[in-house]
Design a protein around this ligand. Structure first.
Ligand code: ADP
Ligand code: MG
Length: 394
């Protein structure tokens, strides 16, 4: 349930508003390559501007580690936002201090400006209270719309809330509602699909879905680790050798739970991971030597699809194969088609899976696509995210 205050619960007219956004977009030759994160924040921006706020946007971009970096200034992001909104976006060269204070004092209602990359300041990631206070100083209200960074306790996600009232933006609110809906109102049968590289990244999510879902379908590098834990050699496949005991433990937990844990029964294998390289389909027990398992096989894809067709709710994180190297995006594609044709309510999260489904032209088939990677996983684990905790209760 959504129990935090949002921009819908307050009067913003005339207020000086600091809004944290996740504009950590991919750049190419100094230009924004993909502006979906910018577009995702526009409903909140437009609502605040039309409500008469004086609005300053703040984001991080890349990993400058507390130092100025010429190639990570926010200028290209401000330019793209300006085009998208059809409105001037003034860009400042600092994120806090005198320049910001003066600029905010001169703003009129409905004006918009963008602060410099927050991570040019050491105090941001350290959640330094002096920096958080300086960030908050020119403003009356803090709006957090950066769900993708909500799992970090930084000055601009958590610290700043100690000094000015903090509420959720529309994107933040939608993310919390959609993701908690899966946890609180599972529609049965509920299937969770987990793929991606590592079991170690996702142990707590696996555990969570083992207690919540009816089926847990595993693919990707993660499946190799489970198969190795069951005693398969797995050849030259990627898997986590130091996680075999943990994986065996999870298999045991699954046996004792109501959830059916499904592992691949066949895999696409290759000796050389290159686009279009020679590949075969093998049962897990046959994989040895130089063979690497890089995707789920056709029988597994069909088995998983059958399970998904009967599901009412589907949550999915992580691609089921090395989707970057076709044809090893096949398994992910077939399963995405099954998700689409099942008619189930579907929610996906994870940077790589979202990119994979976009590349396959399948993202329009999903009910809700979370903008968080790590934040989505931590939310599903059941952790309280610092950026959400900092918001005022209703
Ligand atoms: P997400 O970002 O969706 O949470 P992850 O970051 O956990 O996903 O994992 C994505 C990565 O997993 C991709 O780069 C993909 O190539 C890799 N991967 C998937 N299947 C395999 C596999 N069988 N062997 C090695 N890597 C894999
Ligand atoms: Mg990833």
């Amino acid at each position: 349930m959504f129990e935090k205050k949002s921009v819908e619960d307050i009067e913003v007219k005339g207020k000086k508003v600091l809004m944290r956004v996740d504009f950590n977009v991919p750049l190419e030759a100094g230009q924004v390559r993909d502006d979906s994160r910018i577009r995702a924040a526009i409903p909140t921006i437009e609502m605040l501007l039309s409500g008469g706020a004086r609005l300053a946007l703040a984001s991080h971009l890349g990993r400058p580690k507390g130092q100025y970096a010429e190639d990570l200034v926010m200028d290209p992001v401000a330019e793209r936002l300006s085009v998208l909104l059809g409105k001037k976006v003034s860009k400042l060269n600092s994120s806090a201090g005198r320049e910001v204070k003066t600029a905010v004092e001169q703003m009129s209602e409905g004006d918009l400006l963008m602060l410099e990359n927050l991570r040019f300041e050491k105090g941001e990631e350290e959640n330094d209270s002096a920096y958080a206070r300086e960030l908050a100083e020119p403003f009356d209200l803090f709006v957090n719309d950066a769900f993708g960074t909500a799992h970090r306790a930084h000055a601009s996600t958590a610290g700043v809330a100690a000094y000015i009232p903090a509420v959720a933006g529309l994107l933040m609110k939608k993310e919390i509602e959609e993701l908690s809906n899966c946890l609180e109102n599972p529609q049965r049968p509920m299937s969770a699909i987990l793929g991606g590289a590592k079991v170690s990244d996702k142990i707590n999510v696996i555990k969570r879905f083992l207690t919540l879902a009816d089926n847990l379908l595993v693919g990707g590098g993660m499946a190799n680790t489970f198969l190795a834990a069951k005693g398969h050699k797995m050849g030259a496949s990627f898997y986590e050798k130091d996680l075999l005991e943990e994986a065996a433990e999870l298999i045991k937990e699954a046996d004792e739970s109501r959830c059916r844990l499904m592992l691949p029964v066949d895999l696409a294998v290759t000796k050389e991971l290159k686009p279009g390289s020679y590949s075969e389909v093998m049962a897990p027990s046959d994989i040895d030597g130089e063979w690497k398992a890089v995707d789920i096989g056709p029988e597994t894809a069909a088995l998983y699809s059958g399970q998904l067709e009967q599901s009412e709710m589907i949550v999915w994180n992580g691609p089921l194969g090395v989707f970057e190297v076709p044809p090893f995006d096949n398994g992910t594609e077939i399963v995405a088609e099954a998700v689409a044709s099942s008619g189930a309510y579907s929610v996906i999260g994870g940077g790589d899976l979202v990119a994979a489904l976009e590349g396959l032209g399948m993202s329009g088939e999903i009910s809700f696509i979370s903008t968080g990677g790590g934040a989505t996983l931590e939310f599903w684990e059941g952790k309280e995210l610092p950026g959400i905790k900092a918001l005022q209760d209703k």
